[in-house]
Ligand binder design. Structure first.
Ligand SMILES: [Zn+2]
Length: 423
């Protein structure tokens, strides 16, 4: 972002940088300055602050939005609508929202960054082992209006045995590691911290009602390794700088992929010879796979209507399997000679067989698509174009086919381009 901003201010254009957490703002502004962004041409601020003084702001030519999965919120929209001529770049690690509306409502296209497994191979993220201890009856989970689970149903669904299990599995799998626990209620957070302290593992609980001063003190003690375990309720998700976390323990089920990735990836800051440990007590892997499972982000940003989503309910199939001996969740591709790659015991591989069928289907689908492209002039024609360069319905349809976009995308784009009349 800093590099894009630098090149923009070098050409005497103004940049606006939108962020939604104060903790990150100062750090980001310092980075921008270090990278040579002309600060006279930079408007950087928290969304809430900038919305309030929007009428006094000079017009930017470029707007950079951080944590852009929030961009459909009114405060962001107010700013973006005020400057319709600016080029807008949205940055996010999780370009998907839990509700019905997705980012295609305002984004023309998506540029997918490097995958988590690639970043891990290159050393930008730590490798991890993932374990699952099933302490939840997922049948009892009920969704609320935002699409995530209700607190009451999470309380119903989670087994009372979880408290003992969390401590014993931490000792078994992550002994002495700095750990962060994610849970769903203040009460459960307090019980988890108690269970650790009773076993003489220092733990504290923090939640939204914890005073800032006390929270900061705990975070500092955790950084100094005076506290081993930080138990929190929805606090350490995005934008908090909490390095040296080597273990994440999930006691909060979620329907939100963004939350799942924020939880599980909290322990992936790299360090020499580090192997992070993720312990999932609430079966989140069954919904989302592993943190580094491949995801179709292009599909994820497309808004579907409710009925379509129901009829088209193809939950992704992840080629992963669980070891009955050590409870590790591993990729089927890592299972060699039917043995668990973690503990060496025999492991079931029926998921792997299913994967082979899926892979075959995928290869056949791709072959078919390639043949279609070769046979179709319009498809060939749009292959190297950007969305902005598409001018006819036919081109939009070909582009959608090529990128596996749904029909809703074609209609939306056609409407935006005035190819079909708005209602
Ligand atoms: Zn095993």
């Amino acid at each position: 972002m800093a590099e894009i901003a630098r090149r923009t201010t070098d050409k005497n254009n103004r940049v606006m940088f939108l962020i939604h957490r104060k903790e990150v703002l100062d750090q980001a502004v310092a980075t921008f300055k270090n990278q040579g962004v002309n600060s006279n041409l930079l408007i950087a601020g928290m969304v809430q602050t900038l919305t309030r003084k929007i009428d006094k702001l000079p017009e930017p030519q470029l707007i950079l939005v951080d944590e852009a999965h929030h961009v459909l919120a009114k405060s962001y929209q107010r700013i973006l609508n005020k400057f319709p001529n600016a080029i807008v770049l949205l940055f996010t690690a999780t370009p998907i929202r839990t509700g019905k509306r997705q980012l295609d409502e305002i984004a023309d296209d998506i540029i997918v960054g490097q995958s988590i497994s690639k970043l891990t191979k290159k050393g930008f993220l730590a490798p991890f082992d993932y374990y699952s201890i099933d302490d939840i009856d997922t049948q009892k989970l009920k969704k609320n209006s935002t699409g995530d689970y209700t607190n009451a149903s999470m309380d119903e669904a989670v087994s009372r045995k979880i408290y003992g299990h969390i401590v014993s599995n931490y000792q078994r799998l992550a002994k002495n590691k700095q750990a962060v626990v994610y849970t769903y209620s203040v009460e459960s957070a307090k019980r988890i911290a108690d269970a650790f302290n009773k076993t003489h593992i220092s733990a504290v609980e923090v939640d939204g009602t914890t005073e800032d001063k006390i929270r900061d003190k705990y975070v500092k003690q955790f950084r100094d390794k005076k506290i081993k375990v930080l138990v929190n309720v929805n606090l350490f998700t995005e934008g908090v700088d909490l390095p040296d976390v080597d273990c994440v323990i999930m006691a909060r089920p979620t329907k939100s992929l963004a939350l799942y990735l924020q939880f599980s990836m909290r322990c992936l800051n790299p360090r020499e010879n580090k192997k992070a440990i993720i312990i999932d007590h609430v079966a989140n892997w069954k919904t989302f796979g592993l943190p580094d499972s491949d995801r179709d982000w292009k599909q994820a940003i497309i808004t579907t209507d409710k009925n379509k989503r129901k009829s088209n309910n193809n939950e992704p199939i992840f080629a992963i399997t669980q070891c009955d001996f050590c409870f590790a969740v591993v990729k089927a591709s890592e299972v060699k000679n039917s043995k668990c790659p973690i503990c060496g015991n025999p492991i079931k591989v029926h998921t792997a067989v299913q994967q082979t069928d899926d892979e075959l289907k995928l290869i056949n689908d791709r072959k078919r698509l390639i043949n279609e492209i070769l046979a179709d002039k319009v498809m060939q024609n749009v292959a190297n174009k950007s969305v902005k360069e598409l001018h006819t319905m036919k081109e939009l349809q070909a582009y959608a086919k090529l990128h596996k976009y749904k029909r809703g995308w074609v209609f939306y784009q056609a409407k935006m381009k005035g190819l079909i009349k708005r209602k």
